[in-house]
Ligand binder design. Structure first.
Ligand code: FA5
Length: 359
């Protein structure tokens, strides 16, 4: 290579750098062009110095250094130019922003009706000294049946069609397993309520779902009687509905209580006349209850000679239906806001207010 060829090559390098900078859309593109057009080409030009006649090397060396400096300046200016463009774009956008315009309208969410009644029940029971506890949705046979006085061969198991899991566990069919867990954890005396989701392999209709909510209530102390049970339930329903509701108490069988009752409320959907929700009976099963069976107390490590107690399993989803006039339970498990949202809006409290009140 002779000196004129070398100079031409260095000139091309500068032209190429100018082109790359003008086309670059980002700082990264400029940096990668800088690496590509400076490192190797300059090293190659320096290596070519050795091939030039001695008297041309000084001039060639100076030209290489000058090109190197020029490239450095070009790329630095390219980066600075890009930064300026970005700032100018930001400023143009800021200039176009009108702080007096109204903000975008977003639909305001509402609490799910079941959440509303759950919080209401928790509020009432907490006021009576009940602690709110939880329990797992995937349960053991022991907690869901055995410890509730329903051994493996007991026909009462047929009352609750169960989703069994491959590992021998099950999806809890009711919140009653929380009774045993609470008794074992806290001992007596005890007042707890346990709201939560339950699962049954049910045929679905207007009042039955395979996934629904209950809240368990349990009170154990010395000398607890049926009068305590009835007083708490009446107060609970009166507070939730903010008026006296028509109820009826009839005998009911559950192996974990003795005696056991079914507390039904007059159907709020048809006013007691009979409809699909209440299966034309005018009554909705909502609050089965009873005095805790001594065997269950024993399973909970509590001495039935010293303590007695009552328990109930309130159907929260059905309670929400009655409170908000939702005639079909399927609406509450659907994502159809036409059915859910108007009911949810009936109560004012929002999640933000709730969390704020707790903090
Ligand atoms: C029970 O689940 C008992 N564990 C309740 C209990 C607790 C009795 C403590 C005594 C002492 P039952 O299967 O009846 O009982 O269900 C209780 C309530 O849950 C029903 O009254 C009803 O309101 C609701 N419920 C039951 N099955 C469904 C279903 N498939 N869909 C919607 N709600 C249901």
């Amino acid at each position: 290579m002779d000196i004129s060829a070398l100079k031409a090559k260095l000139g091309e390098l500068e032209a190429e750098a100018t082109r790359a900078i003008s086309e670059a859309k980002s700082a990264d593109a400029i940096r990668s062009a800088e690496t590509r057009l400076t490192k190797e080409p300059i090293a190659e030009a320096l290596a070519a110095l050795k091939t030039l006649p001695g008297e041309q090397r000084g001039e060639a060396g100076k030209t290489i250094n000058a090109t190197k400096e020029r490239l450095k300046e070009l790329f630095a200016a390219g980066l600075a130019g890009l930064r300026e463009k970005a700032v100018a774009a930001d400023q143009a956008q800021a200039g176009a922003f009108d702080p007096t315009l109204p903000g975008p309208v977003t639909a305001r969410g509402a609490l799910h009706p079941v959440t509303i009644v759950q919080w209401e029940v928790e509020r009432v029971l907490s006021g009576l000294g009940f602690t709110v506890v939880g329990g797992p949705e995937m349960e053991t046979d022991f907690h869901n049946f055995e410890a509730l006085n329903i051994p493996a061969t007991h026909p009462a198991r047929d009352m609750m069609d169960t989703f069994w899991l491959d590992n021998g566990w099950l999806l809890r069919t009711h919140t009653s397993p929380c009774q045993v867990r609470a008794m074992r954890q806290f001992g007596a005396p005890l007042r707890v309520c346990a709201p939560g989701r339950c699962f049954r392999y049910e045929t679905i209709d207007a009042s039955h779902e395979n996934t629904f909510f209950q809240v368990e209530g349990l009170m154990i102390d010395r000398n607890i009687s049926i009068s305590h049970l009835i007083a708490v339930m009446r107060m609970l329903l009166r507070e939730v509905f903010q008026r006296d509701v028509k109820v009826r108490l009839r005998p009911g069988f559950f192996p974990f209580v003795e005696p056991g009752f079914e507390l039904d409320m007059s159907c709020e959907i048809c006013g007691g006349k009979g409809c699909a929700t209440c299966k034309q009976s005018g009554w909705v099963e909502i609050l089965p209850c009873g005095m805790v069976h001594p065997n269950v107390l024993r399973f909970g490590n509590i001495d039935p000679r010293e303590f007695t107690g009552f328990a109930f399993g309130l159907g929260l989803t059905r309670l929400a239906m009655m409170k908000f006039g939702v005639g079909d339970i399927r609406v509450l498990n659907s994502g159809d806001l036409r059915g859910i949202a108007p009911a949810g809006r009936l109560a004012g409290e929002t999640i933000v207010e709730r969390v704020g009140a707790r903090a």
